[in-house]
Design a protein around this ligand. Structure first.
Ligand code: NAD
Length: 406
């Protein structure tokens, strides 16, 4: 596998440095990830508590990005007991664990100190086995859950019934797409050209990122008797501006999201019978492990950050998720749906003045002006922080024990 020559082993631990390979970082820093989690907890603690908030919450995809932020907001905003499901890598043979592993270890440590129930299940959420283990965990410890957040982002899925493995692709549909993109590490504006997806690739992407697994989760929770009457379930989507549509909204991932929306409608009709509900929240573009893999999108995010920060509108995952819980779902508030029945948290991103400025900058941006026209620095800083690097107050020259758990 991968050798990590910049790591120096000592008895006490090791120095861990970022090792970036394209759009992933193959190392993560336990203390930096803990600091990143703490920042999100602190954000929520500064807000007023959520009245009538969720009590027992299951988050599927709970270790990074929007799922982690949902977990933190429910736990620290509403005092909820949380069960998290995710697929992360523990530390092995002196190699650091994945960021989501360290995030979860930090979340557990803090939750325990604060008297909040937390349980986590690491494994393939697409499998029957992990669904069964989750149902058991809920049954034994909590009885039921009243909120189920589905926030899985994965490049592949093995179907639990057929054993077939599907790989998702990020491609346009119908015609070739060429546009600007960015090599964030080199700070270069590049050009991508993508061939249209085949019908099979479209179907495979829908199989991975569409709604089937979400529905199977609700089936398993209902059959296991652990879905509370009146429970809410939600999943996340993205729409974005037209410049990203060929690769997102109108591309293979957009088809999967359309399937997710149809699933929300079906689940909503089903859960309504027992006063429950299912819906899609459309979130804003943020730097996450999932979004950094999409061509074109990271350059768009760098421009969006520039414009939204200048206007004082900038939000990350935790601000978005807390806004969802505190101003739409609970606190005696009502969900505010768009004409397609979705909750929109991308309202500030999609504001006319924001998008007009982003579009104008999109036409201007080149490698030469990337540092002034975009917030590439903010993009890179967020990307590093996903893996626990560049966090204030952390001594990255110090040995740390990579083997932490909960
Ligand atoms: P992320 O990569 O940060 O998180 C993905 C989560 O899924 C992690 O917890 C990971 O462990 C888990 N996961 C992946 N494969 C798994 C498996 N087989 N079994 C169990 N867990 C698994 O992603 P994110 O950006 O937070 O995306 C979450 C959702 O939010 C997605 O539906 C995405 O489309 C949506 N969304 C993201 C953005 C964005 O800009 N990042 C914007 C709007 C909506």
């Amino acid at each position: 596998m991968l050798d990590l020559p910049t790591q120096h082993f000592t008895v006490a631990g090791m120095v861990i440095k970022p090792r970036i390979r394209g759009f992933v970082c193959i190392t993560a820093h336990p203390e930096g990830c803990a600091a990143h989690v703490q920042e999100q907890i602190d954000h929520v603690k500064k807000q007023a508590p959520i009245a009538e908030g969720p009590k027992k919450v299951l988050v599927i995809g709970a270790s990074t990005g929007y799922g982690l932020a949902s977990r933190i907001s429910a736990a620290y905003g509403a005092g909820a007991a949380t069960v998290g499901v995710f697929f992360e890598r523990p530390s092995e043979k002196g190699r650091p664990a994945s960021a989501g592993w360290y995030n979860t270890a930090a979340f557990h440590r803090t939750a325990k100190a604060d008297g909040l129930y937390a349980a986590s299940i690491n494994g393939d959420a697409f499998s029957d086995e992990i669904k069964r283990r989750t149902v058991e965990q809920i049954k034994n410890d909590l009885g039921t859950v009243d909120l189920v957040v589905y926030s899985v982002a994965s490049p592949r899925r093995t179907h639990p019934k057929t054993g077939e493995t599907f790989k998702s692709v990020l491609k346009p549909i119908g015609r070739r797409f060429r546009n600007k993109s960015v090599d964030a590490d080199k700070e270069e504006v590049t050009e991508v050209e993508l061939e249209p997806a085949t019908e099979e690739e479209i179907q495979n992407t829908v199989a991975v990122m569409g709604g089937e697994d979400w529905e199977l989760w609700i089936d398993a929770l209902e059959e296991g008797g652990v879905l509370a009457p009146g429970a809410t379930t939600l999943a996340y989507s993205y729409i974005g501006p037209e410049l990203t549509w060929p690769i997102y909204h109108d591309g293979t991932i957009g088809r999967a999201k359309a399937d997710l929306e149809k699933t929300a409608d079906r689940l909503d009709a089903r859960l309504k019978v027992d006063r429950g509900r299912a819906f899609i929240a459309v979130n804003k573009a943020v730097v996450s492990q999932a979004s950094s893999a999409i061509p074109v999108v990271p350059l768009y995010i760098s421009l969006l950050f520039k414009v939204m920060k200048e206007k004082g509108l900038h939000e990350g995952c935790i601000e978005q998720m807390h806004r969802l819980l505190a101003t739409q779902m609970y606190n005696h508030r009502a969900l505010n749906f768009d004409d397609r029945g979705r909750v929109r948290l991308d309202d500030l991103e999609m504001r006319g003045d924001v998008q007009k400025e982003v579009a104008a900058l999109w036409d201007q941006v080149t490698t030469e002006n990337i540092r002034t026209v975009t917030d590439i620095e903010g993009y890179k800083s967020d990307f590093h922080q996903l893996f626990g690097f560049g966090m204030p107050g952390i001594d990255y020259e110090k040995d740390v024990d990579p083997d932490v758990s909960w």
